[in-house]
Design a protein around this ligand. Sequence first.
Ligand code: SAM
Length: 264
Amino acid sequence: MAYPIPEAENSAEAAFSKSYSSMGTFQKHRGRLLLERVEVADGATVLDLGCGTGAMIRDLQKAVGASGRVIGIDPDAWRLQLARAGIDQEAAAVRFIEAVATDLRGVADETVDLVFSNYVLHWVLDIPAMLAELFRVLRPGGQFVCKCVGDPIPETVEMFSLVPGGAKVASERTFLTDAQWRHHFTNSGLSLEWIDRVAALVDFPDLNTAFSWLASSSNGGFDPAKLDTADRQWLEAKYAAQVTFSINEVEFLLTKPAGINQRP
Ligand SMILES: C[S@@+](CC[C@H](N)C(=O)[O-])C[C@H]1O[C@@H](n2cnc3c(N)ncnc32)[C@H](O)[C@@H]1O
């Protein structure tokens, strides 16, 4: 199934987060599917790891009920600003922290029931350090549910390869095999409940919208202005009829075993 992306304005540097938010329909849909795969208790504390512009914050507020708590974490201050503006003031309390997944020092030990993360972990380069932080903040019995891009997206790899420095930017991602994920999980002290691969297609109304998404999601790492004329024309011909990216997602659920407060 393919999901359309709403038309986006052309993003300039400071407007990346705004542009990014306007193109979040696909990711929000994927996030909702992920949230359906876990049980969230009334009154729970949920941490949205890499919350971005807050696409899933209202869904998480609803899931934890009025007495629950939501913590949104993201290193991008622009995105957090939009996330702050979008919360439901009448629902569960929300706190935002500007931080990376590998350093959650604003979150106390064993205070989180569920870490939820949608479309983020492919950006996190040090997975063992992140899992150590999640082990620390999760209560015994707490869970970590994640969906992220599981493999390089062939269409975007090709586009990145056509701009100077793009290949390097495209390679600075975490794409692991299931065996590598399992290896990290075993070393983290968290127990794997399930790991799945899911294929998804995302459609763009035209090439400029796809470029805009790539530029904003890479914070300018992909700059379509740097394409040379011949390459741009080649891409325009290739994607004249349809612009679709094929995504192979990886998703998994981990539990911190009850009664364990020390990593192995
Ligand atoms: C594709 S967006 C997903 C946003 C949101 N989870 C959603 O479903 O719409 C990825 C987010 O991960 C954040 N991010 C990138 N590197 C990160 C890191 N090392 N730790 C935490 N978040 C990170 C980015 O700032 C961005 O907001």
